[in-house]
Structure formats: structure tokens, C-alpha cells
Ligand binder design. Structure first.
Ligand code: ARG
Length: 574
């Protein structure tokens, strides 16, 4: 609950000032005795022709605060608002306990459809960390929209088409090794692709052959289609293994190839509207009015291009799903491409262009990491995950040794996998997406830092208290004692919990999952302060003990649901 907003709305209804204006004037008093929020009345003096203290007194005595957890008192020119801690605790903790895994859900997206396009790797190319960024970000956004009740369509716009497939077909016929392909398809396809580019410099006939093969592919010639299909199928097997590992899924894999036969219609539409012009043999749409370079639709040999496939895809998506929002989670290096595509759609009279959005993100960098770059000069997601899981396993083993704990190997492996993968995912979603990400083992595996291991550890430790309570036969509170949760640490924690739902809405409206990451990190920190300063199981007041256990349960629900929205798994013990 945004209490500041609530106060602004109440005051707006009582003063005639705009709620936004009031919101900007509300202060957080330096001392708690002066309230949780304060509104200075100076701004009303002119219109009401009264002294600010008098205004404050009058308004405070007449405000209707019914249905809120607020109380009000004036002091000098200020109207001070106090949150009733008992009412807040009963309301917030009670609601979380009642809603369980539904906590944070809402119906704001009811009846609306959002398409989230993410991952979209290129067939026959290694799955590098740049593709990990879109995959992880997009997966989180899809989960967030779903939680808010939207109908979500998760699309993988595979890079499975284009002139490079002409090159691959030529290269495979010349140098392809079937056995190597079966063994490690992406490695073999990359090998022949790189070789093609080396040989092409000396041998221009290769270029001609590749172009010819792509043309045949577009025309549906069976031999070329069969080879292309084989490359695509084999690459997808590799990608799907990775997707499974990081818990990512799609509703469809309509790649660029899917739109190839839908381009003639786009060309016709653009022609009819008189938008298509010849330029150096190619067909383009001029966008100088939009301050953009021309968008090429057909190349001089009449073959299609990346942008034309995106135009066909946008139209297809609209016709098929009637989306309210169509978002493309793609690196910011493609910002110009999407501006051009959306501008062409708009020019062609498709108003749904206004509901298309490029959700961009920054680059991925590495601080204290060395990878043997197996393939090309890129870091592969698989290597990053493996290394993270291995390092996590070492940490867990050492911790267990220190505590004299004997953990079965299988359990260690399971925890290491979840924490190690979670640590990588969290690094991608913990900051604003447009910022470059810097990976550092020290930071991302710090069990006390702003990391997935810290959050998962907080969760697991709290779960163990709840298990212990259960085994001692202590029941959690059924609601009656929650009003006892009024201590400063409890209050801070409950305030953080009360912001959870809000953080989900904000994450969706700005397409920024980090808002949820930040909120659960704050909940975990507040919880650990509460946990360190208060006795829970040993609390000598039975009612308070029950209430505190209920608070622990609420914290677990929030952390688990929050991590789930980011695409991260929890463990029950560690
Ligand atoms: N396959 C492209 C790449 O790896 C990304 C595709 C982005 N999506 C789109 N609709 N253009 O760079």
C-alpha cells in the first residue's frame, strides 16, 4: 500500500488541491513521534486566507480516515499522519497468510493480452550471455504479467532464417562432418560457418553459391529445406536443454522462417499505400520525416531481410492475439531497428504500432572471471552456469564442514544447482535493465550481499524455524494476535511486506523486474534485523510468539513468490 498516495488522495478530496501536488509536498518527519508522514499547510494559506497552524488544526479535525490504518494529529502548521501499527500488522500479515502463493496477484491485467518476446537466439550459433540477458529478463516479465492477471503469450522469435543459412548449406555440403554434427551440433555448425568466412575471401564463388542456396530455401526447394530443418531441429534440442535448466518456457517458437511466406502481403500493403520506393535496386520505406534512415524491405535480389520479417511478425501477432501490448526484449544495440519497424507500421496505418515496445537492456561484462572461450570470442551461458554452480558447491561444502554438518552429496548438488543458477539469474535482474551488468564471483556469491544466495538462505533458515515450531507443537497465529506486532523491527518489516504488491505493478509498468528484486531484498534485510534482535521460538509471551511465527511465514511467502517472479527457485533447507 502506498500510504503517501492514500494520504494525498484523502487531502485532495478535502482541500481542492491536486493529489499529485500534495504528494510532492508530503514529508517524512525526522522523528517517529512526529508521525510517519507530514503535510505542511503553508501552501493553503493564500487561498484560505488563514494562518497555516489554524488550517492544520481545522483539516485534522475534519478528515475522514475510515477504512485506512491511519490516524491524524496536527502540530503547528503540520498535519501529521500516523500509521496504526496494530491495524497494519493484522491487515498485512493476515492477508499474506490468507493468500499464500496467491500473494501479490491482482486482476489489473484481466482481459488484456501481452506478448512477451524474449530469448530469440540464432540457430546454429552458440548461446552466449547476451542471449541469457533477454531470456532471463523476458522470462521474469512474462511471470510478472501473469501474476497480474494478464493473458501472456511467450514467444521465441528464433533467428532461423536469412542469408547465413545459405552459407551454412554451402559450407555443410563442402566440409560438413555428420558425426561431429550429432555429437555437438552447434560446435560443428560454428566450425563450418567460420571456415566459410575464411574461404570466402579467396573464393567469391562461395558467396554466389550461398546466395543461390538461400534463394532456393526461400522458394521451398526440398533438399535445402531438409538441411535447414536439420540444423534448426538440432540447435533447438541444445537450446531447450538450457531453457529447462533455468526454468524458461515458451508458448511458441515461431522464428523468422515462419514469417517468410507472409512478407508478400506486407510488400503489397506498403505498395498500395505508396510507401515502397526503389533505392539502388532494393525496395525501401523512407523514414526521413521520423528522423530515421530508410528501412529496407526487399534486397536487390528480391530476398527478404530481418526488418521485413519483423513487420510480418508484428502484423501476424496482432491478427492472432489482438494484443494490448507487444514487447520485444532485445539488446539496446537494436534500438534503431525497432524504431524503424514501428515507424513503418505506423506509416502503413497500423495503430497497434503504438502498443509495441522495445524493452532494451545493456551489455554483459566480467570482472574477476576467466573463461576459456570455447566457441568464438563469447562467454557461453552454459559455462557461466557450470562455474557458478561449482563455486557455490565449494562454499556450501565449506560451510557444512565448519558447522560439523553432514550433508548427503545428492542434497549438496541440488542446493548448489539452485543457488548457483539463481545467483546468475539474480545478477541479470537486480539492477535497472539498461545498465551494463558486471559479473563478479565475489559479489554474486556473497551470502551476505544483495544476492540470490542471501535471499534463498534467509528463506531456508526461516523455513527451518517454522518446521521446528511445528515439531514443538506450536501453532502459528490464526489472526487474533497479529496486532501485537508493533515493535520497531516488526513495523519496519511489515512496512516492507506491505510494498510487495506495489513493486510488482511498478515492475510491470516499467518492464523492470529489479523493482521486485529490490523489494524482496529489503524484506530480507528487515527480516534479518527482526530475527537477530527478537526472540521467536524462545519468546516468553505465547501470543507474541505465535504472531512472530506468522510474520516469519509471511516473510517466506513474500521471498518465495518474489524470487519465483524473477525465475529463481528456493530450497527448503541448507
Ligand atoms: N535473433 C536476433 C539476435 O540474436 C534477435 C531477435 C530479436 N527479435 C526480433 N523480433 N527482431 O540478435
Amino acid at each position: 500500500m502506498d500510504y503517501k498516495q492514500q494520504i494525498a488522495d484523502i487531502l485532495a478530496a478535502n482541500t481542492g488541491l491536486e493529489s499529485e501536488k500534495i504528494y510532492s509536498l508530503i514529508e517524512i518527519p525526522p522523528q517517529l513521534e512526529m508521525g510517519d508522514y507530514a503535510f505542511p499547510c503553508f501552501i493553503l494559506a493564500k487561498t484560505l486566507h488563514k494562518a497555516p497552524p489554524m488550517i492544520a488544526a481545522e483539516i485534522s479535525s475534519s478528515l475522514d480516515l475510515g477504512g485506512t490504518v491511519l490516524t491524524v494529529k496536527n502540530a503547528g502548521p503540520y498535519i501529521n499522519f500516523y500509521i496504526d501499527r496494530s491495524a497494519l500488522a493484522s491487515g498485512v500479515v493476515g492477508e499474506i497468510i490468507r493468500s499464500g502463493s496467491g500473494f501479490g496477484s491482482s486482476s489489473e491485467g484481466c482481459g488484456k493480452t501481452v506478448i512477451v518476446e524474449y530469448s530469440s537466439p540464432n540457430i546454429a550459433k552458440p548461446f552466449h550471455v547476451g542471449h541469457a540477458f533477454t531470456t532471463i529478463l523476458g522470462n521474469s516479465l512474462a511471470r510478472i504479467y501473469k501474476k497480474l492477471g494478464y493473458n501472456v503469450i511467450r514467444m521465441n522469435h528464433l533467428g532461423d532464417y536469412g542469408t547465413q543459412f545459405g552459407k551454412l548449406i554451402t559450407a555443410y555440403r563442402l566440409w560438413g562432418d555428420e558425426e561431429a554434427l550429432n555429437e555437438d551440433p552447434i560446435k560443428e555448425l560454428l566450425r563450418i560457418y567460420v571456415k566459410f568466412h575464411q574461404e570466402e575471401k579467396e573464393n567469391p564463388e562461395l558467396t554466389t553459391s550461398a546466395r543461390e542456396n538461400f534463394r532456393k530455401l526461400e522458394e521451398g526447394s526440398p533438399d535445402e529445406v531438409a538441411l535447414w530443418q536439420k540444423f534448426r531441429d538440432m540447435s533447438l534440442v541444445v537450446f531447450k536443454k538450457l531453457y529447462d535448466r533455468i526454468g524458461v518456457d515458451f508458448d511458441n517458437y515461431n522464428g523468422e522462417s515462419f514469417y517468410s511466406d507472409k512478407i508478400p502481403e506486407i510488400v503489397d500493403i506498403l505498395n498500395e499505400k505508396g510507401l515502397l520506393v526503389e533505392s539502388e535496386g532494393a525496395k525501401v520505406v523512407m523514414l526521413e520525416d521520423e528522423g530515421l534512415p530508410p528501412c529496407i524491405i526487399l534486397k536487390s535480389d528480391n530476398t527478404t531481410i530481418y526488418a521485413s520479417r519483423d513487420l510480418a511478425s508484428a502484423l501476424y501477432r496482432y491478427r492472432t492475439y489482438h494484443f494490448d501490448k507487444n514487447i520485444y526484449v532485445v539488446g539496446n544495440t537494436q534500438a534503431l531497428h525497432f524504431k524503424q519497424v514501428f515507424a513503418v507500421l505506423k506509416k502503413a496505418g497500423f495503430d497497434f504500432a503504438d502498443n509495441c515496445e522495445h524493452v532494451a537492456f545493456g551489455l554483459v561484462k566480467f570482472k574477476d572471471m576467466k573463461f576459456s572461450t570455447r566457441e568464438g570470442n563469447v562467454v557461453l551461458l552454459e559455462d557461466l552456469l557450470n562455474e557458478s554452480v561449482n563455486k557455490t558447491r565449494e562454499i556450501i561444502e565449506n560451510n557444512a564442514k565448519e558447522r560439523g554438518q553432514d550433508m548427503p552429496e545428492e542434497e549438496i548438488n541440488d542446493i548448489a544447482e539452485k543457488l548457483g543458477v539463481g545467483a546468475v539469474i539474480y545478477t541479470f535482474v537486480k539492477s535497472g535493465r539498461e545498465r551494463d551488468i558486471v559479473f563478479s564471483w565475489d559479489e554474486m556469491l556473497d551470502f551476505n550481499g544483495d544476492t540470490a544466495p542471501y535471499l534463498i538462505y534467509t528463506y531456508a533458515r526461516t523455513r527451518s524455524i517454522l518446521r521446528k515450531a511445528e515439531s514443538m507443537g506450536i501453532n502459528k497465529d490464526d489472526g487474533d494476535c497479529l496486532e501485537l506486532l508493533t515493535g520497531d523491527d516488526e513495523y519496519a518489516l511489515i512496512r516492507a511486506l506491505s510494498e510487495f504488491g506495489n513493486s510488482i505493478s511498478k515492475a510491470a509498468s516499467s518492464n523492470e523486474p529489479f523493482m521486485i528484486a529490490r523489494q524482496i531484498a529489503e524484506i530480507a534485510r528487515a527480516h534479518n534485523r527482526f530475527y537477530n534482535n527478537s526472540s521467536i521460538l524462545n519468546c516468553d509471551n505465547d501470543d507474541l510468539r505465535k504472531a512472530r511465527l506468522a510474520l516469519c511465514e509471511a516473510v517466506c511467502t513474500a521471498i518465495r513468490e518474489g524470487l519465483d517472479l524473477l525465475g529463481i527457485n528456493t530450497v527448503e533447507r541448507m
